[in-house]
Design a binder for this molecule. Structure first.
Ligand SMILES: [Zn+2]
Length: 376
């Protein structure tokens, strides 16, 4: 029997919801956090270790993989799951956000975006059709529409024109995606921080019809207050029976605030990137392992955490290997951070299912302190 892509909400608490996305490659428990595997690897982590943290799904980057090693090469080698040894679901972005950040190296037209590779300066073109082709070659389970996200600051007119272009590209993405049982295509709502534009974008996407809906164009420097302001209404503009994915978010308190506003999926490089720069995220706040006060501390990073970095190593050791620039430093702190993020998601799923999400949020916020936290 072919398993198709589907989404079930099991419980709601306020605007927060918990449930599961079913795919042929396994279930994604929601709310879900997706670690980012930019270049077919979550940096410093073995795929088995990423799975051991509790991740059900990874994010891969179209832009990076099309340039190196190329989507055609990955397809010839059996697809991205086989290539990187990750058999669970993979969501790929469309490349639109990455090419936007190339600034002067790109040229935007109705057709798509022409750009030069940041690696070797070679010329490339991304269009909705080419993005769909690349994501199919990779074998992505959840494909994202090719969209345009204006660089901030942008005028209202520029945001509106960009949103309208993205909606025309969403139509072309849907047409190019075709009918691929077991695979999903997500539309991306744009419209910046303007309610009317967000509503127009949501209406257009619903008219086209997608398996899921992302909220794009946030977490691009507008700040948490403005982002939450948009999330106070944007998720409710999207179909209640489809997954809602907030792209590129975020810090733990951003994630909790987004879940409270009805978001089901998120991704961010933060836990893995900060793991490589000596920053650890914990229930009680951040630990900066490079600080000298950890040098003689035999206690774990977080006594409550069951990850290998906390079970088997002291703060003194983690401090030492960070200072000595040993590879195990990034490996252990990334593992800890991804473990913490997945525990956070599991805690929220339990709290929502049990109808105690408000109380859980109160404890979450009360536990947290600013600065480099002291061990208990
Ligand atoms: Zn830990």
């Amino acid at each position: 029997m072919t398993v198709n892509f589907s989404f079930q909400v099991a419980a709601t608490d306020g605007r927060a919801r918990t449930g599961a996305i079913t795919t042929p490659r396994g279930e994604i428990r929601t709310p879900a956090f997706m670690p980012v595997g930019t270049a077919a690897t979550v940096k410093a982590m073995m795929p088995e270790s990423v799975a051991a943290t509790g991740a059900d799904v990874l994010l891969g980057n179209t832009y990076h993989l099309m340039l190196r090693p190329t989507a055609e090469r990955i397809a010839a080698l059996g697809g991205l799951h086989e290539f990187m040894n990750w058999q669970k679901p993979i969501l790929t972005d469309s490349g639109g956000f990455q090419v936007m950040s190339l600034a002067e190296l790109r040229k935007l037209t109705e057709e798509g975006v022409a750009f030069r590779s940041h690696i070797d300066g070679s010329k490339h073109m991304l269009t909705p059709e080419r993005s769909m082709e690349i994501q199919a070659l990779l074998g992505s389970d959840i494909v994202m529409c090719f969209d345009e996200c204006p660089a901030l600051p942008a005028t209202d007119k520029a945001v509106e024109q960009s949103m309208e272009l993205s909606m025309r590209w969403a139509r072309r993405s849907k047409d190019a995606f075709g009918d691929r049982p077991g695979h999903a295509l997500f539309g991306i709502q744009q419209g910046g921080v303007t309610r009317e534009l967000r509503a127009a974008s949501a209406d257009k996407l619903k008219e086209i019809g997608f398996h899921g809906y992302a909220i794009g164009g946030l977490a691009v420097g507008e700040g948490q207050e403005a982002m939450f302001g948009v999330l106070d209404y944007a998720p409710d503009m999207l179909p209640v029976d489809k997954p809602r994915y907030l792209m590129g978010v975020g810090k733990p308190d951003d994630i909790v605030g987004a879940v409270a506003r009805g978001v089901d999926m998120m991704d961010c490089v933060l836990p893995s990137r900060s793991g490589r720069t000596g920053q650890a995220w914990t229930r009680r706040g951040q630990v900066n392992i490079k600080n000298a006060r950890h040098a003689d501390d035999p206690r774990p990073l977080d006594a409550d955490c069951t990850c290998p970095a906390c079970r088997n190593y002291s703060r003194a050791y983690l401090h030492h290997v960070f200072r000595a620039q040993e590879m195990i430093s990034g490996m252990l702190l990334t593992w800890h951070n991804l473990h913490y993020y997945q525990e956070l998601m599991a805690d929220m799923r339990r709290a929502i299912a049990g109808g105690g999400f408000d109380a859980w949020q109160a404890v979450f916020h009360a536990q947290r302190q600013d600065g480099d936290i002291e061990p208990l």
